[in-house]
Write a protein that binds this ligand. Structure first.
Ligand code: COA
Length: 370
């Protein structure tokens, strides 16, 4: 039997002034609506808003973008570690290990460095991931110090080793904004629990990466791609999905703990998937995804979350599937950082209690009698 307290559903676990999710006011970062942020801001502006607590003016934004560009190089010792990780590592494990290693090479001496470390991680996560990737898959030690002012362009440039198209850059920038923050989700909560012990910044981010990796959280975008890859067209997808539902399978990229009607981030990323399908003339991924969306609506009345159409949008940009969740890390580091900073500013150890459902107190059983 599932306990009433399972998964801390509907439990208020603390106060925060960073983000609203649902609750009649929609998704807002520090009071700014997600649709306005997607329409008017770039990811760096959103990261600044989250980490520093207010929107940057033009000068501050340019300075912040320059700062991020200047933070993309990797220490030689970290490159050596990345070279020694196995080729078959999951990219999420590469980032978790890279973050941990950087925490030994550029240690947090003082909490006053927290905004600097947050930005350093946002700037150099793509460098870590793609240095490891090109070393192992293409035999190249790439230069990670590229000058692209947008983080989205930088990632695609490093990955494909050529300048990306403006649409690809814009899609990824939008996606970074959509993924940047989401209140007390599992990985953010993990980061806050670690922060509340007064641990160091890198440990908080490592906790969050490990939590995001699972398929019920950030890993859902990779699993969603595995699902849509199974079908060659919309008809096959409909039949396949009905079978999966009959077999009581969970469909990754659908449903949400907090949203009950729709995910406000979904339409933006679906529109990008459609645009790439139209542009490329290869509509399979989009049509299969839409067919799955229709069946889920009809059969279960469950809607796609942000992860579902992210899978096809990313795939149209030739991003390897196992880098989908790492993209989430790069973006969400901004939100995690805001929460770590907020937790530290008004800290109390997070230590809930459990509802005990074990045996009554009993007499000690000697080993011979068991
Ligand atoms: N596919 C099929 N059924 C689903 C479903 C999905 N993706 N999501 C929820 N349901 C069903 C459950 O089977 C359950 O049905 P039941 O009451 O008949 O048993 C009901 O909806 C409630 O689901 P539950 O898993 O208890 O909700 P939750 O709040 O604990 O979980 C998620 C929320 C996000 C973990 C869940 O929807 C899920 O696992 N989704 C897939 C993973 C995913 O996309 N994660 C990314 C979230 S942004």
């Amino acid at each position: 039997m599932v306990s009433k307290t399972a998964g801390l559903a509907d439990t208020i676990a603390g106060t925060s002034s960073i983000c609203t999710v649902g609750k009649g006011v929609g998704l807002n970062y520090r009071g700014y609506g997600i649709d306005d942020l997607v329409a008017h801001a770039c990811f760096e502006e959103v990261a600044y808003l989250l980490i520093y607590g207010k929107l940057p003016n033009k000068k501050q934004l340019l300075e912040y973008q320059d700062q991020l560009v200047s933070m993309r190089s990797l220490p030689a010792a970290l490159k050596t570690i990345l070279e020694q990780l196995p080729k078959n590592s999951h990219p999420m494990d590469v980032l978790r290990t890279g973050c941990s290693a950087l925490g030994t090479l550029e240690q947090e001496q003082d909490f006053k460095q927290e905004q600097h470390i947050a930005s350093r991680l946002i700037a150099c996560f793509p460098a870590m991931l793609l240095y490891w990737y090109h070393f192992h898959f293409n035999g190249k030690k790439i230069d990670t110090q590229l000058k692209d002012s947008l983080s989205s362009a930088y990632f695609l440039h490093l990955l494909h080793q050529k300048e990306p198209s403006p649409d690809q850059v814009k899609m990824l920038d939008n996606s970074y904004i959509l993924y940047a923050e989401h209140e007390f989700n599992a990985s953010t909560f993990a980061a806050r629990v670690t922060a509340a012990t007064l641990s160091d910044f890198y440990s908080c981010i490592c906790s969050a990466i490990g939590t995001l990796r699972g398929p019920l959280h950030g890993g859902a975008n990779e699993q969603a791609f595995e699902l849509i890859s199974l079908y060659k067209d919309a008809e096959e997808a409909k039949k396949g999905l009905l079978k999966k539902l009959a077999d009581k399978e969970k469909i990754m990229g659908f449903g949400h703990r907090v949203y009950k009607i729709c995910d406000p981030r979904h339409e933006t990323i679906k529109a990008w998937s459609k645009k790439f399908a139209d542009q490329s003339g290869d509509r399979r991924l989009f049509e299969v995804s839409e067919a799955i969306e229709t069946v889920m609506k009809q059969e279960k009345n469950i809607f796609p979350n942000v992860d579902f159409f992210s899978a096809s949008a990313y795939s149209y940009c030739k991003i390897p599937t196992n880098m989908f969740t790492p993209l989430f890390v790069i973006s969400r580091t901004s939100g995690w950082s805001a929460h770590i900073i907020e937790q530290r500013a008004n800290n109390r150890l997070i230590r809930p209690m459990s509802e005990y459902i074990g045996p009554e107190p009993q007499a000690w059983l000697p080993i011979e009698e068991r």
